[in-house]
Write a protein that binds this ligand. Structure first.
Ligand code: IMP
Length: 199
């Protein structure tokens, strides 16, 4: 059985990936479980570049498949900021309550049609002697006029989805996984891995 190591410290992401990979004949482990502890500089210009940098750096330390992701928020009115800098944007130690309020302030008076935004998630799977696989998922939305909801994390309270007329922080985790950038990228990756493992 092949092992997939998920290159993240985020327990929520690990849980989601384990659940989705349940019917593939693979064992999903975390970096902590296999004792890999390496800090990687994410200096790519795109989400996909960063996911590849992570996966291809880590594959050298193991025989397993490394699954890495990189994600963030693009706000059209702010020239697609924060983009790949989403985690560091407005200071890496600034709380998201403050960051989200700062974004709402930057968009003060901006009409709804100019508040368009999207979450993007790129995934890369890499292993020695295998071609690196990549996928990307997005979810379109807009920056609301106020923070709403207590689920999720990061920019969820200010990211609204038109079809649901509310923020992704105001949705159940099941609904968010179904429609989110990460769920989408992960479903595509699962199909690609399935093909590769069954070949
Ligand atoms: P990373 O891919 O874990 O490095 O995440 C980058 C950053 O993008 C996070 O720290 C959040 O600020 C933001 N982000 C990515 N996905 C989401 C999401 O689903 N909700 C809210 N914020 C997100």
């Amino acid at each position: 059985m092949r092992t997939i190591i998920v290159a993240t410290q985020n327990e929520g992401k690990v849980k989601e990936i384990k659940k989705m990979m349940e019917d593939l004949k693979v064992e999903v482990k975390t970096m902590g479980e296999v004792g890999i502890d390496i800090d990687i500089e994410e200096n790519g210009k795109t989400f996909v570049e960063n996911a590849i940098i992570k996966a291809e750096t880590l594959k050298e330390y193991t025989d397993a498949i490394i699954l890495a992701d990189d994600s963030g928020l693009e706000i059209d009115y702010l020239n697609k900021e924060p983009g790949v800098y989403s985690a560091r944007y407005l200071g890496k130690d600034t709380s998201y309550v403050v960051k989200n309020q700062m974004i709402l302030d930057k968009l003060k008076g901006v009409p709804k049609e100019k508040r368009t935004a999207r979450f993007v998630c790129a995934m890369a799977a890499a292993a020695r002697n295998l071609p690196t696989l990549t996928t990307q998922g997005t979810i379109e939305g807009y920056i609301g006029y106020e923070a709403k909801g207590t689920n999720g994390f990061g920019y969820d309270p200010i990211f609204y989805v038109e079809a649901f007329n509310t923020s992704t922080a105001d949705m159940s985790s099941e609904l968010k996984n179904e429609i989110s950038h990460r769920g989408n990228a992960l479903r595509q990756m699962k199909e690609k891995l399935k093909e590769l493992l069954e070949a």
